[in-house]
Every structure is written in C-alpha cells, then in structure tokens.
Design a protein around this ligand. Structure first.
Ligand SMILES: [Zn+2]
Length: 335
C-alpha cells in the first residue's frame, strides 16, 4: 500500500486489484499500472511532458539486442506494421509500451505474439472499432456494444467489467472512449491477460500460435496473416537472438504439442480450417496432414464422449456446424 503511487481510494483499488509488483524498471510494474489512470500525478501526459521538458536522452538500445525488458522503438513498430503510416505507429507507440509494462509483456517473445494478434485484428492499428455490415446499426449487435479496442471488446457487460478495472465509464456515450489509442491499447492488454480467465502470455512463452489464435479468434481466421506478423516480430525484435527466451527452429509449436490438442473443439477447428470442405479461410496453405491430425484428435475425444450418458454428451454447435455435421466432416476428412 505504501508504495502505491496513486493516493486515495483509486490507488488502493489498483493496488489491491493488481497485487504484487513483479517487473523491474522505471516506476516498476505498479507505477505503470497506476499511471494509466491519468491525468494526475505521474499520469501519462505528465510523464510524457516530464520527459520532454527534462530533455532526457532516449533509451539506449544496443545493436542486436532483443526486445526483452525494454520499450520497443518507433522503427521497430513500423517495421512490424509495414503497411501502416509512420504517424499512426507514432500515435500508438507510447500506449503499446505502457501496455507491455502493465500486462507483463516483458519478453521479446510476448511482445511479438501480442503485436501479431493486434496486427491482424486491428489491420495494423487501422481499426479501433468493428466495421458493421451495411444496413446494421450498433443497436442491432452485441446488445448495443460493438467491438472496440485493438482486440475488440464486445457486449455491455465486458465494457463495464473493463471500465471497473481502470476506473473509467465506457457505457452509453462513453463507448467511443475505447477508440482512444490509450484505452484501445490498454483494453487489448487487459483482454490478453484476463479473457476467459486465461493469460495468453503463458501461450506466448511456449510460442504456441495455435493456442493464442484459438483464444483470440475462437478459431483460426486470419491464421496466415497472424503468422506473417509473428515472423516479422521475431526478426525485428530479434527474438531468435534472445539470451533468455528459447524457441525451436520452427515458426510455432506444431498442433500435437499445442495446448489446442487438449481441446476437442479447437482440434476439430484445426482440421476444419485445413479442410477445403470446411469452408473456412485463413490457413494458407491448407495441409492434408494438419487436416487429418486435427480431425483424428477430435474423433479421439468423440470416442470417449460417446461412452458418456446421453445427457452429458455435447450438443452445442461450433463454427456453424452441429455435432452431427462436425462428426461427418471429421470422419470424411480424416481419411
Ligand atoms: Zn528477449
């Protein structure tokens, strides 16, 4: 409590919510977590203006150094989000670096994975709000709260839950506040570490792109684009030269070693996204070996599920397919 940098109720709330400090560096994790509630003492704007008025030299980045435990630079961000204008990258850079600190993305590998997902979901920072199909109004979708932020928060209850965490009202006319670069980025970090009670940093540490994608997307839409961004991130943030993070030579861990292998629906999905008959886009090229592996694993789960009492067997649709349709696709595609 004594080290909380925001006085009063708000500081206590943030301290209680976030708990222990676990990151070194200027102001540490807790300091960063608090200053996103700017304006105020050590708010984002204060910090930025303090830096500019104090004429501090920019952080020194040694050549060849990976992006562990430091901010990423504007050049690095521009080189990962190649299609984006430099000015847009510049707008988001402070928010991204603040978000890395706030949500424990301290390693080069975690940063690369977060930027890969955000790169795909936001069109390299172009979209901070969902574009609705022609003729549809926001009132028609997700009880009036369409996707906003770099990883697209939807539904009023999720807007409210996030608002509670950062002590900001995002309801009614304030919905659009989530499009502000600071909130758009911070909300993505919050999603990254808390959505469905999963911290995606853990999957990033294992270089498990399938698991991260399945958790962010639900399936594997845009998988090839996410992978393109990830590989770029590996190069630009020098992940393979990292002295602490060790990943294999492969781009990401294969299906059989991924966390999705432990999940019937995600296994079916991997088969389906690799199956021309599945009608899904995003995995390029679709590989017969991956199709068969995904479906085979799904059918293993099904064999066990079919031994359960009927009342306990799955009945939910997934990816637009009934259980019966999933079974038929898998049996056909596993051959
Ligand atoms: Zn590193």
């Amino acid at each position: 409590m004594a080290t909380s940098r925001v006085p009063g109720t708000q500081g206590r709330f943030l301290f209680d919510f976030y708990g222990a400090d676990d990151a070194p560096g200027i102001f540490g994790q807790r300091g960063n977590r608090c200053y996103r509630d700017s304006p105020g003492i050590l708010g984002v704007n204060d910090w930025a203006s303090w830096v500019s008025t104090a004429h501090l030299p920019p952080p020194v980045v040694a050549m060849g150094q990976c992006a562990c435990n430091r901010d990423i630079t504007l050049d690095e961000l521009c080189n990962i989000y190649k299609a984006q204008k430099r000015s847009k990258c510049e707008t988001f850079l402070p928010a991204l670096n603040a978000t890395f600190k706030t949500y424990g993305m301290n390693s080069c590998l975690r940063k690369a994975h977060f930027l890969a997902q955000v790169g795909h979901e936001s069109g390299e920072l172009t979209y901070v709000a969902e574009t609705l199909p022609k003729g549809k109004k926001e009132a028609d979708v997700y009880d009036g709260y369409k996707g906003r932020g770099l990883l697209q928060i939807t539904y009023k209850k999720n807007y409210q839950a996030y608002g509670k965490v950062v002590n900001h009202d995002f309801t009614d006319d304030h919905r659009v506040d989530l499009e502000d670069p600071k909130w758009a980025t911070d909300s993505a970090g919050n999603y990254w570490t808390t959505h469905n009670n999963v911290d995606l940093n853990g999957y990033a540490d294992k270089n498990d792109l399938l698991a991260v994608t399945a958790r962010v997307n639900g399936g594997y839409n845009g998988f090839a684009d996410r992978l393109t961004h990830l590989k770029r991130g590996f190069t630009v943030l020098k992940v393979r030269a990292c002295p602490t993070v060790k990943i294999g030579k492969e781009d990401y861990v294969e299906f059989a070693k991924s966390d999705v292998y432990a999940n019937d629906v995600y296994s079916f999905g991997w088969g389906c996204w690799n199956d021309p008959k599945g009608g899904k886009a995003g995995v390029k090229p679709q590989l017969p070996a991956d199709r068969k592996a995904g479906y085979a694993r799904y059918l293993e789960f099904r064999a066990l599920q079919l031994k359960l009492p009927v009342a306990q067997q799955p009945t939910k649709k997934h990816y637009g397919f009934t259980v019966k349709e999933m079974d038929a696709l898998a049996k056909e595609g596993v051959k």
